[in-house]
Structure formats: C-alpha cells, structure tokens
Write a protein that binds this ligand. Sequence first.
Ligand SMILES: Nc1ncnc2c1ncn2[C@@H]1O[C@H](COP(=O)(O)OP(=O)(O)OP(=O)(O)O)[C@@H](O)[C@H]1O
Length: 230
Amino acid sequence: MLEIRNLRKAYGSHIVLHDASLTLRPGTIHGLVGANGAGKTTLINCLYGLESDFSGTIRDTAGSAVRERTGLLPYEPYFYPRLTGREYLEFCLQARGRPVVDFTGWNQLLELPLDQFADEYSAGMRKKLALLALLVQQFNYLILDEPFNGLDLEANLLLKEILKRLRDRGTGILLTSHILGALTETSDEISVLVGGRVQRHYTAAEFGTLENDLLDSLHREKLGLLKKLL
Ligand SMILES: Nc1ncnc2c1ncn2[C@@H]1O[C@H](COP(=O)(O)OP(=O)(O)OP(=O)(O)O)[C@@H](O)[C@H]1O
C-alpha cells in the first residue's frame, strides 16, 4: 500500500495541504477530486518525491521508496527537444535500468507516430506517449494526474478499459480528473480534497451521494450567484 498520513505542505505562507491522509491499495482505482487549486497536484508531487519540505508521512508499506515501484503521469508531460517518441520510450526504460522492449503491441492501440519528434506532438499525443511509457514498465502503482484530459473519445474509452484491466491484475491506481463520469465509471473509491484535507471518502456504493453532494453545493453557492447575474 501507499500511505499518506497527515500531509502538510505550504508554499511560503500559503498552506496548501493542512492534514491530508489517503491510502492507495493494490488492485484498486482511487479517484481524487477537488476544485482548481485544491492541492491535488501538490499531493501527488509530495507522494512521488517531487516536492520536499513537507511534514507528515508518506511510505510504501512494502518498505521500498515510493518511486521504485510507482509510475507517474504528470499533469503536463515534458519531453526533451529533438527526441522521437520511440527514443523517449527507450530513454524512460533505460533511465530505470530496464531492458528496452518492443513497443509495437501497445502502439497498435495508441497509434502514435513514434518516429516523429515528441515535442512536436499534439497535446493528446503527448499524453498518450507519456502513458505508453508507463504501460510498458509494469509498475505496482500508477499515479495519473488528469489522464483523460486532452485524449480523444476513442483513447478515453480505451484508457478506461486499460485502467480496469490493470486494476484487475493488481495495480493500484491513483487518478485525478475533473470529469466526474470518468471517475465514477472507473474508480473503486473516491476521495474529495477540500481546504487542504480529504474532506470525505466515498466507496463505490456511495458515488450517487457524491454526485448529489457536489450538485447540492453548486446549487447552494454558485447557481444562486449566477441567478443574480443572468
Ligand atoms: N510551485 C508552487 N509555488 C507556489 N504555489 C504553488 C506552487 N505549486 C502550486 N502552488 C499553489 O498550490 C495550490 C494548489 O495547487 P495544485 O496545482 O496542487 O492544485 P490542483 O488541485 O492540482 O489544481 P487544478 O485542478 O487546477 O490542477 C494553488 O493555490 C497553487 O497556486
């Protein structure tokens, strides 16, 4: 399991995460929702070791460093200039000391022009390439920051199916999305980040309540304001 306990992270005087706790279990898809700026990416970056200077505990209960058995899809994947898609994939594997594998099978699904420069890919293609680099590595855990964002309809459907199959094979997947349907269709549990804390945790049986809770707060606050404006 990956465990986050009482995570507190501030940028200067701005406290982003106050006391966030979350567990990612093997064989589970765990959705993380929260408003823009709620701290989802910050939480992910702390979990993956991209941020330091936080308090609380973050650990892989198997005893290894989180990064060793975990792959990260960042919100905006970065590619070195003048590196083809294929070279990027090879680079990712070699950087982790893994053998270079044949990408053909996975790329029949994702259909990327692997011999073009990755920094010239469209936004959706960039996301697919970063995903492909994770899929060929067989991680125990995946952390996916907005994986559906920018993907076309077919790739969206495909990704949902890929995630479910990985989950069924034992992978623990933490994913963020602003598309509630994408989360409720794929996740086994969803945590809601509000005010720097996991305000509530919903099991799949409670997803109907989650939608109602979100709609309720929208109706109470923003739709009331909108009525005054329009
Ligand atoms: N490097 C940084 N320096 C200063 N403040 C930062 C930094 N990174 C994030 N923040 C602030 O932390 C807060 C949380 O940002 P974060 O990107 O984690 O939110 P998020 O929930 O992922 O948002 P979104 O849904 O818009 O992607 C924001 O107020 C943001 O301005």
